[in-house]
Design a protein around this ligand. Sequence first.
Ligand SMILES: N[C@@H](CCC(=O)N[C@@H](CS)C(=O)NCC(=O)O)C(=O)O
Length: 224
Amino acid sequence: MNAMTQTPATVSAFAWVPDFAKGHVRDLRVRWALEEASLPYGTAKLSPGENAGAYRDQQPFGQVPAYRDGEVEMFESGAIVLHIAERSEALMPRDAAGRARVLTWMFCALNTMEIPIGSLADIDIFNAGAAWTKERRPAVEAWARKRLAELALRLGDNDYLDGDRFTAGDLLMTDVLRNAPAALLAEQPKLAAYVERCMARPAFQKALAAQMADFTGSPPPGWN
Ligand SMILES: N[C@@H](CCC(=O)N[C@@H](CS)C(=O)NCC(=O)O)C(=O)O
């Protein structure tokens, strides 16, 4: 489909999140994909508490992002990025073998890599200081370290996961890896450089700036 004939997409985003989450909310992936694909979009901003009620028709868990364009309504950031990639060769080659490689890396990012890295964030950020984390953390860190080392080996000296071109697989992988503890990622210098390379892309920078600019809301009552 010709990008110019499409209804601009709308992406849901929070108008307020705690400081640690700013720049890391998952609508960023969708904004980044739209920027890479040069597709226009707007945001539907949710203030604290507005992710209940009718919004659940769009996103059953009350999370962001939800997405709609002239054709589809969706939730799940990975599925939305795939939908956008299907519409833009900038994110995914058109041939079956190339498409299969991109799908593989997208699922690798969200499954093989995001589970251990997300588990570490769960310990370090969302359960910081909880007694059980002392016992659990070493095993989770070892799990994440192993996956990062294996991924670094596979990346080798390539600029991107699929060789010399950026794809939707790199987009999701970067957004997952940038949430790993900096010291852990730094143990794999080629992977750290890869994340830097992808984050230096103008489309990422534009998406990040747009997410930050949308945090115009106030915290919920009682937040300190
Ligand atoms: N698997 C979902 C996860 C979405 C998600 O976790 N969104 C977070 C922000 S990054 C959220 O809305 N959290 C608020 C909540 O869970 O109530 C996706 O990738 O879209």
